[in-house]
Design a protein around this ligand. Structure first.
Ligand code: FE2
Length: 390
């Protein structure tokens, strides 16, 4: 992170005097201008406005009284309950015992060049409150082979407050990831993290799609903003950036948008958010998934219509760093060609002149150093961001 970016993050830290202006949009809105240029004025103001409302609500203790149905969101209560039952230290140790899951995905009409293509998925890192898991992750990452890494949201521990520790933790994780990294925001994340993430070569997909090219063949990687709390996801805008019939992968923090994703024609949905329940009964039965979706979609692989889905149980932990009957995971998805017709059911009109200048040339070599031109690519992102519709 450059000094300039660090200063930007510090200046705009939610909860800091500079960031808590009484004006919704401060008089010196330089970084906000950048976000508006990058993502459009309406979206940016919605996202940042809801963030400020949430921040204000959480800063007022009388307005965040514990509701019975949300008892499990109280760190003190969860910690005390685990200690009373004698499970706390065992559950804390479990939180650092990351499993590496290998998950083959058979996709009809997968371009031949992507047969065997491996995607490393890291979800729900919650880096600033999951020290044991982050230390173990740093040990595991150099041992893995993959072509591309995707991050499916929830980098911050809390849903509000400072972002500095999160960004510093993410910089340490990023240093252990080879090759290109794409990411989406979760319900714990602030839009203000985006400049710092992109500074460390993490390409944020905020209701955007980007073509990936390998040996002259294409597939599309798309990402939407959080659909769980902020609800500023825009699948329609995202899907319209993908040509009809192209194989497409959608990153969404929450799998709750499975119906919209499937009927927009996405072939694969990678998500997280549920933590698989995090505290589960024997048999990995979650007490809660904090999501509106069928339980079968709460963890691991599933299908809906012609779309394949995968819900990661996450690397880090939420509320307290503790897990029971639900070990943390990092996932290696290996794409495999399957027999059958092209699964795309996208009935949307193909956007004319899909922007191929941003397409990402991927080397055939795993864990390879396809990232040599990452600085140029970042400049391209900034350039194309300026051209996006406001
Ligand atoms: Fe999470």
């Amino acid at each position: 992170m450059t000094d300039q970016t660090a200063a930007l993050v510090a200046d705009r830290e939610l909860g800091s005097p500079a960031g808590r202006s009484t004006d919704r949009y401060p008089a010196d809105p330089g970084p906000l201008d950048d976000l508006e240029r990058r993502f459009g004025r309406l979206y940016s103001r919605q996202r940042l406005g809801i963030e400020e409302d949430h921040e204000a609500r959480m800063a007022a203790p009388h307005r965040r009284s514990l509701r019975l149905r949300r008892w499990y969101r109280s760190p003190a209560l969860v910690r005390r309950t685990l200690k009373l039952t004698g499970l706390y230290w065992w559950a804390s140790r479990n939180a650092g015992r990351i499993q590496v899951r290998r998950h083959p995905i058979h996709l009809p009409a997968l371009p031949a060049a992507f047969d065997g293509f491996t995607i490393l998925q890291l979800s729900d890192l919650h880096v600033d409150i999951s020290p044991a898991a982050m230390n173990r992750l740093a040990e595991l990452l150099p041992q893995l082979n993959y072509d591309l890494c995707v991050l499916t949201g929830d980098y911050r521990g809390k849903t509000y407050g400072p972002c500095k520790a999160t960004i510093e933790g993410m910089a340490r994780i990023r240093a252990n990831i080879c090759g290109p990294v794409y990411a989406v925001l979760g319900n714990h994340d602030s839009l203000r993290m985006v400049p710092a993430f992109e500074e460390m070569n993490i390409r944020m997909l905020v209701n955007e799609a980007e073509p990936l090219m390998r040996d002259g063949q294409l597939l599309y990687l798309a990402g939407i903003d959080d659909a769980h709390f902020y609800r500023v996801d825009n699948i329609e805008k995202t899907a319209l950036q993908i040509p009809h019939g192209a194989l497409s992968i959608l990153l969404s923090h929450t799998p709750e948008i499975y119906r919209q994703a499937a009927h927009a024609g996405f072939n694969l949905l990678l998500s997280g958010h549920t933590h698989g329940g995090q505290i589960c009964l024997p048999g990995a039965i979650p007490l809660t998934l904090d999501s509106a979706l069928p339980r079968r979609m709460g963890a691991g692989s599933w299908r809906y219509g012609r779309m394949t889905g995968y819900t990661s149980v996450g690397v880090g932990s939420s509320i307290v760093p503790a897990r029971i009957n639900c070990p943390p995971e990092i996932t290696l998805h290996e794409l495999r060609a399957a027999e059958g017709p092209a699964p795309s059911v996208r009935a949307l009109a193909q956007v004319e002149g899909v922007e191929h200048t941003r397409q990402h040339q991927l080397a055939g070599k795993k864990n390879g150093h396809a990232d040599r031109n990452i600085g140029d690519r970042q400049r391209q992102w900034a350039h194309t961001g300026e051209q996006r519709q406001q």
